[in-house]
Design a protein around this ligand. Structure first.
Ligand code: MD6
Ligand code: FE
Length: 156
């Protein structure tokens, strides 16, 4: 029951005992993160901004039973730049509310291939994953769900 994290791109999101931050290298191997795959860059150019490249792509791998608590994405330098995600594998039950933690929420299914963007007024909406519907996709041989989140983390 866990979410495993990795990254593509110049800046990777890491959490450890000292907190969380964006950094250019893998915390254990010291290696730079691999480049953001070109098809993800194209998706961003088409849907977000062809003139402002993303510099961070968080890869979250959910196994059966994993979830992600309600959170805001607000650690990027420019909070007006949208955040865009692509889901692969098993369907995730995505919950999204308003910009205050107590605001009403609704649930949206993110199936394999679905793209989800937080644009404009939803950029700072609280959101999370309630659960993953195991067995809902055959894409990943071992099951589970991958969510790839593209961001502009550094200054614009
Ligand atoms: C997830 N997604 O789908 C978690 N954040 O596993 C996010 O936290 C997220 O899908 C910002 C924009 C789109 C997202
Ligand atoms: Fe998020």
């Amino acid at each position: 029951m866990s979410v495993q994290m990795s990254n593509f791109g110049p800046l990777g999101w890491v959490t450890d005992a000292t907190g969380y931050r964006y950094q250019s290298h893998h915390p254990v191997t010291g290696q730079a993160w691999p480049e953001i795959p070109s098809r993800l860059l194209s998706l961003w150019a088409e849907l977000v901004d062809p003139d402002l490249a993303p510099d961070a792509c968080l890869v979250n791998l959910y196994d059966e039973g994993a979830k992600m608590g309600l959170h805001q994405d607000r650690d990027e330098a420019d909070l007006t730049v949208p955040v865009l995600s692509l889901s692969l594998g098993d369907t995730g039950l995505f919950r999204i509310g308003g910009t205050a933690r107590g605001d009403p929420t609704r649930s949206v299914r993110l199936a394999s291939g679905d793209v989800c963007g937080l644009f404009g007024p939803s950029r700072l909406a609280f959101h999370g994953i309630d659960r993953v519907l195991s067995g809902s996709s055959r894409l990943l041989p071992q099951g589970g769900r991958i969510n790839l989140t593209l961001r502009r983390a550094g200054p614009t």
